[in-house]
Design a protein around this ligand. Structure first.
Ligand code: IPE
Ligand code: IPE
Ligand code: MG
Length: 235
């Protein structure tokens, strides 16, 4: 049973395994991505229903440009079309859409669609879905530092709090629960700063097969973890 009074505030999800899911079925990798979108919607719906405040979805990393032009093009198109077509889905649930990542490095039409979706959902009062697109944890930290320098911050004034405020979403809370599907045991440059004390949960399930039931069970697992943040529980 999930204790709704002790929910993780921010869940980060590394949606991995789309390509392998497709390969198992002799389908092109792109069909894995399409099916992955269905899984993402199911998880977002479940999170919204439960009352989770922030879900960040690792959608496209700064390293994913290494893939074929066909795959990258497909992913960009999928993101753009999804944001345009699913506005009602987000509206019905009052979900705010935000973006993290290097937005300047995205194709114009994708960037425009992200900005439009963020603006049109900004006044909603429900959960926030953060889309990490052209996102890299290191890239975010470097851009944050550049912003601080550009703002004239002196070395003495640099604090963790101030650096956080120069990130893409200044008030994005730390990740409480980080889920990675697809069986790999790594962070792949995702939310390096925010995941400093995240509880990590890895599952072999390939992302298109991940569903509401497994998501709820993962939240339950999180609730059985003992978080110490460097302290001692019963001194
Ligand atoms: C994750 O699935 C989705 C993206 C990185 C966009 P993959 O495409 O990495 O799938 P696998 O890991 O090759 O199975
Ligand atoms: C991480 O998956 C990126 C996303 C899920 C968007 P990758 O498939 O790119 O990660 P690696 O290459 O296995 O580390
Ligand atoms: Mg992968």
């Amino acid at each position: 049973m999930i204790d709704v009074s002790a929910l993780p505030v921010h869940i980060g999800i590394i949606m991995d395994g789309n390509g392998r899911w497709a390969k198992q079925r002799n389908l092109p990798r792109t069909s894995g991505h399409k099916e992955g979108l269905t899984a993402a919607k199911a998880v977002v719906s479940a999170a919204a229903e439960l009352g989770i405040k922030f879900v960040t979805l690792y959608t496209f990393s700064t390293e994913n440009w290494k893939r074929t032009e066909e795959e990258v093009g497909y992913l960009m198109g999928l993101i753009r079309r999804h944001l345009r077509a699913e506005f009602d889905f987000y509206k019905k649930k009052g979900i705010k859409i935000k973006h993290i990542g290097d937005i300047d490095g995205l194709p114009d039409d994708v960037r425009a669609e992200i900005i439009k979706a963020s603006e049109e959902t900004a006044h909603f009062t429900g959960m926030t879905v953060v889309l990490a697109i052209n996102y890299g944890g290191r890239n975010e930290i470097v851009r944050g530092v550049k912003k601080m320098i550009a703002d004239g911050t002196s070395a003495d004034d640099i604090t963790e709090d101030k650096l956080c405020k120069s990130f893409d979403i200044p008030d994005l809370p730390d990740v409480d629960l980080m889920i990675r599907t697809g069986g790999e045991l790594r962070l792949s440059n995702f939310l390096l700063w925010h995941a400093a004390y995240a509880e990590l949960l890895f599952t072999d399930t390939l992302w298109p097969d991940y569903n509401k039931e497994e998501f709820l069970s993962d939240i339950e697992k999180f609730q059985h973890r003992t978080r110490r943040f460097g302290g001692v529980l019963n001194p």
